[in-house]
Design a protein around this ligand. Sequence first.
Ligand code: NAP
Length: 265
Amino acid sequence: MDGGAVGQVVESRCSELEPGDIVVHGHGWREYSVVTEKDARKVQPIAGLPLSVYLGALGMPGLTAYAGLLDVAEFVPGDAVFVSGAAGAVGSLVGQIARLKGASRVIGSAGSSRKVDFLINTLGFDAAFDYKQGPVAEQLAEVAPEGIDVYFDNVGAEHLEAAIGAMRTHGRIALCGMIASYNETEPPAAPRNLMVLIGRRITMRGMLAVDHQNRMPDLIRDVGDWLRDGSLIFQETVIEGLPNMPQAFLDMLAGGNVGKMIVRL
Ligand SMILES: NC(=O)c1ccc[n+]([C@@H]2O[C@H](COP(=O)([O-])OP(=O)(O)OC[C@H]3O[C@@H](n4cnc5c(N)ncnc54)[C@H](OP(=O)(O)O)[C@@H]3O)[C@@H](O)[C@H]2O)c1
């Protein structure tokens, strides 16, 4: 299985990389990998942070959050932002970046009271709710009575319908993921309210992180600074050992992670 990995070069026949260098690559689920120079990105360890930060806040999820919020959703300071999957790898960064870039209100949804508590009391979200405790539209209306300007969608279906319903005029939606539907065998029943997009002139745009590599230096600068000064929290759930990798993957899909799910070899 492919997937992001960070590790140490043990042997090299390329001039750019030496044994001991730390690299990120996409070969994933294995202890050793033969990579070409163009497959491996050399990174610098950051004092006080695990190397796995390059798989989270300073890696693909970070880039997804950063470019998705700032470029795809065209966030501007003062926006009220709602993110679903908010306690996960991407979502936890979207909310924090929005807060640090001057959002007027940051709202998140997640699948347990423990995660809701984490969003408000650890990550500094203004409000959060457990989507399993009642209809998303009703819970969102309670915490965002004046509506939202940006919705960062990690979930789709009922969440997307609720967010469309709560959007202000000229709102923007970044479609990042639709995890509620990944295992469905039937098309989702929601959203049923797409017509709202017309009257409120709402923009909804799909995105892939891979298209936003040009933002990597900005991500490393901004998020790197926030990590160093402690204004952004990098959370991960760490599972030990390659044999536990499939279960870790299944647990991630079922909500067993807070922040980035990492398997340490
Ligand atoms: N477009 C891109 O380039 C790109 C890049 C990276 C990721 N993504 C997408 O972004 C989303 C987040 O990815 P991630 O890596 O950060 O994963 P993650 O949020 O760390 O983990 C997935 C989370 O989804 C939640 N979830 C699972 N089933 C759900 C459901 N039916 N309804 C609501 N929430 C559900 C679970 O949290 P709860 O406990 O809160 O349910 C789980 O922890 C995914 O949809 C992923 O496919 C897209």
